[in-house]
Each structure stands twice: as C-alpha cells, then as structure tokens.
Design a protein around this ligand. Structure first.
Ligand code: PAF
Length: 282
C-alpha cells in the first residue's frame, strides 16, 4: 500500500493503472475509519482491481460553528486499517494541496439541500460536491462507494454525477451498526457514557416506525410523532429533525407510498447523530 499526498502523483499513478486496464474503486473519507468505512473498502476490493481511499477533512463542508477542529483524526490507525483491508493507495493530501488559494469556481447544489441535514447546514453540500468534483478528477475512479448512513449525500452525489456527466458509477452501501443498533460513526467516540447508552434508541425508533408502516400507517405525521415521543422519552438528546421524504428525490409526501426515507438527527452534548431507514412501501 502506498500513501500519496500530491495531486500530480495520484493522477499519474492512477493513469498508469488504468492504461493497463485496471478498474479503480474509490472510497472518499474524512478519516478516523470505522467499520462503516471498512465495509465500503471491502465492497470496493470485491468489485474493482485497485482500491483508492482518500482521507481529507474538507474544511469547505464545515460551517463556522461546526466541529472542524475537534473532528477526530488518527492517521496511524487509519493507515493500519487501510493496509489490513486491502487498500492500494491512500490519497492523503494537505488542505494546501487541495485548496492552494481561494477557489474561483465552486459547485452549488440546487436541489435536495433544503431538507434533512442540508437545512441546518447551509453550504455543507456545496462543500461536499465541490471537494468530490476535485477528488473525482484526481482519482478518476470507475466506481465510488458511499455509505447509506448519509443518504442525502448519496442522492446529491448522484445528482452531481448525472448533471455533470461524470463517468463514475456511484455504489450505495448499507449502514453498518454496532450490536445494539447504533449506526457506526467517527463521531460516536464523542458521546458521553450515558449518551452512548441512550443512542441506540434512535435506531429502535426507526424500527418502531417501520413496524407502524408495515401495519398500514400511511400518515407521515403520525409516524414522525411516534419517533419524536420515543426519542424525547428515552434520551437526553435534542431533536434536530425527524423527516420523511420520497427517496432519492427527497420530495415531501402526504401519503406513505413507494420508496421513502425516514431520517433523523439528534444532538447530544458534544455530537450530533444521524440515522435513517429507506423502505419500499407496496
Ligand atoms: O462522507 C464524508 O466523509 C464526506 O462528506 C466526503 C464524501 C468524504 C467528502 O468530504
């Protein structure tokens, strides 16, 4: 496994691999790898000849009051995990390498941003789409792998790739969970002990919602109230949002039918957790 820190070397290396017919799988991350990331790497390993993992904490996608400085980082650990899981290249650029000077052009996402995480994080998905446009041009992958934990991100990335004719297949991968149901996240380490004990309620509430829907509930507001009450009752977290939309268009629904996403975000003292469930309702 090789660590590459410059754009030039990454592009040259990948072009050589592609010239001899290798397919390239790309797993973009902000590091502090957990099993969710490893599941993306494993999937890429199974589907493509070369696996590139990028580790870059992208300042452009953090708002002024967000956790950029406290975002967990541990390159040594990430390096070992990447090596043990069959990554070929880690692309690990500095902020100066990616943003040597203010950008003259950025990507602005026009749809699917005023819901879910996008509503409380203005500009976040512009930052994600901008850095991914750069990373896609640097790594030039055949396929890029993203976790369904951030289902809004996947929907937006699919929009980016379609609108700009980027010849990359986006592969969504199921959420990986702890044994108690808590979705894996780099940020989970910032939960207080009591909050960690309460955090599985988020997934339990989604499971309860699924059962309600399977029993015939068609009214999104009733399902949302059910989730809200459970989280208020069983955690100290502050609900940021609980929302239900069509997926992947993220349009409002008056009746629960077709492919839908139930998504939530809950703020604990030092960390905000997100989770979701995508359901196909007949
Ligand atoms: O999901 C993430 O970790 C980031 O949003 C991504 C896709 C690596 C872009 O910085």
């Amino acid at each position: 496994m090789k660590v590459i820190t410059t754009i030039d070397e990454m592009q040259e290396t990948i072009l050589k691999d592609k010239k001899i017919g290798k397919s390239v799988g790309f797993v973009p991350t902000m590091g502090f790898l957990h099993e969710g990331h490893l599941s993306l790497i494993k999937k890429a390993r199974g589907e493509t000849d070369i696996v590139v993992l990028s580790i870059f904490v992208n300042p452009l996608q953090f708002g002024p009051n967000e956790d950029l400085s406290s975002y967990p980082r541990d390159f040594e650990r990430d390096h070992k995990l990447a090596e043990n899981n069959g990554v070929d290249y880690i692309f690990y650029p500095s902020v100066e390498e990616i943003y040597p000077e203010p950008l003259t052009v950025t990507v602005k996402v026009n749809a699917r941003t005023d819901v879910l995480c996008g509503r409380s994080r203005p500009g976040h998905f512009d930052g994600v789409a901008t850095v991914l446009t750069k990373l896609f041009n640097i790594v030039q992958p055949t396929k890029a792998f993203f976790g369904m934990k951030d289902a809004q991100q996947i929907a937006i990335v699919e929009g980016l790739v379609n609108d700009f004719h980027i010849p990359i297949e986006i592969i969504p991968i199921e959420i990986v969970r702890e044994s108690d149901g808590l979705a894996k996240s780099s940020r989970n380490v910032n939960l207080l002990t009591i909050e960690r004990d309460q955090a599985p309620v988020l997934f339990e509430s989604l499971q309860g919602a699924k059962a309600l829907i399977e029993n015939g509930e068609k009214n999104p507001n009733i399902v949302i109230s059910y989730i809200r009450e459970m989280i208020l009752d069983k955690t100290n977290g502050n609900i940021d949002y609980i929302e239900i939309y069509s997926y992947p268009k993220l349009l409002e629904l008056t009746q629960l039918e077709g492919k839908i996403i139930i998504a939530l975000a809950v703020k604990f003292s030092k960390v905000r957790l997100i989770d979701n469930l995508v359901l196909n309702i007949q």
